[in-house]
Design a protein around this ligand. Structure first.
Ligand SMILES: Cc1ncc(COP(=O)(O)O)c(C=O)c1O
Length: 380
């Protein structure tokens, strides 16, 4: 199956008894046992739910993995994966990444014996240095590529080679490009993470999160973690995400077009100092991006000249909504300094480029002329 077909059908054709095309929402916490010691395969929805299972198989299919696990949010997925690493593990992480992931690792998992080093993973020599570092072998390298919000690109295959040579695993947060544009497992990654809340579900109407992998040796442990901590995805949210994935290919192509149109327009605007967009021919990692991805998303970050101007844009946008998310059909604008990256210490935030002049735009699927007209008005 090609990706578009897999998005529409996944592992599902129709429901045997009624012929229903849409996956039924099995809104049941519990399932009757046929007899003592017997099971239909479904006993309790925290463990397995039929609607969630179809979604888990769908995302695994799209990412080219053997196993998919669905969680109540992207953070639920990151948290479950972190539990796979025993106390004492050393984890190297992209310094420019979603602030919530930073908060979870720094404020919580550090208290449970994991240690984290933060590096600019788009600079390969810095990754080499961080992995080679010290007496303690690295357990995992966790990267976000393209990164949020600076759109830096990290070499997936290169990082996989480096971390594998040291006995560790590579985790890639693929939220920004989705399997439509990038498949990290095929490039050597061991685990893929998604905030399904973003492009996968695509309609700003549900939270979801995923871990996808092919590691037989970790499959049982991850299921056990999902079952034990209970942050599993609810049946209706699983259905909403399945419904969103059906149009993933169409939406991503449109997001890409709108992202490019907005990025090119912003770049020419006198009040905009710099634009960060992975699709520019002069993006610092354009060649790497072309080698490891099949396209670009609708994400564009940009610097205006002052904090006052940034605040004015947020106040003046009308069509574009000032809201904290990305990847949905509606265009959204965010102020990373106080929102998505508010949890990151100032020095680290500033060294990554997240200052008070940075705005992050997630272009939706509206007509690009309307998005640009709104930006023009807001910047005027
Ligand atoms: C790249 C990335 N990963 C993970 C997350 C966390 O996902 P969720 O909000 O679904 O918990 C986000 C949220 O913005 C994100 O942007």
């Amino acid at each position: 199956m090609k990706q578009e077909t897999a998005c529409v059908h996944g592992p599902w054709r129709f429901e045997e008894k009624t012929g229903a095309l849409s996956v039924p929402v099995f809104q049941s916490a519990s399932f009757r046992h046929p007899a003592l010691g017997e099971s239909t395969g479904y006993d309790y929805s925290r463990v397995v739910n039929p609607t969630r299972s179809v979604l888990e198989e769908t995302v695994a299919l799209l990412e080219g993995g053997k196993f998919g696990l669905a969680f109540a949010s992207g953070m639920g997925a990151v948290s479950a994966l972190a539990k796979l690493f025993p106390p004492g593990s050393r984890i190297v992480v992209s310094e420019d990444l979603y602030g919530g992931t930073y908060r979870l690792f720094h404020e919580y998992y550090e208290n449970y014996g994991l240690s984290f080093s933060w590096v600019d993973t788009s600079d390969f020599s810095k990754v080499e240095e961080a992995l080679a570092d010290r007496d303690k072998p690295v357990t995992a390298l966790f990267i976000e590529t393209p990164s949020n919000p600076m759109m830096k690109v990290t070499d997936i295959a290169g990082c996989a080679g480096l971390v594998h040579r040291r006995g560790g695993v590579l985790v890639v947060d693929n939220t920004f490009l989705t399997p439509w544009f990038q498949n990290p497992l095929g490039q050597g990654a061991d685990f893929v993470i998604h905030s399904g809340t973003k492009y996968l579900s695509g309609h700003n109407d549900t939270l979801s999160g995923f871990i996808i992998h092919s590691r037989e040796e970790d499959a049982a442990a991850l299921r056990e973690i999902q079952k034990s901590e209970g942050a599993c995805l609810a049946p209706f949210d699983a259905w909403l995400t399945l419904r969103g994935i059906k149009t993933l290919a169409l939406r991503m192509e449109k997001h890409q077009k709108n992202g490019r149109a907005a990025a090119e327009w912003l770049r020419k605007h006198p009040k905009v100092e710099k634009v960060f967009y992975t699709g520019f021919a002069d993006h610092p990692q354009a060649a790497l991006s072309a080698a490891q991805s099949r396209g670009h998303n609708g994400m564009v970050s940009f610097y205006v000249k002052s904090r006052t101007e940034a605040e004015q844009v947020l106040k003046r946008v009308k069509l574009i909504l000032f809201a904290e998310s990305l990847g949905g059909v509606e265009s959204l604008i965010t102020y990373p300094l106080v929102q998505t990256h508010g949890a990151i210490p100032e020095a680290m935030r500033l060294s990554a480029g997240v200052n008070d002049r940075l705005l992050r735009l997630s272009t939706g699927i509206e007509n690009p002329d309307d998005i640009i007209a709104d930006l023009a008005e807001a910047l005027s």
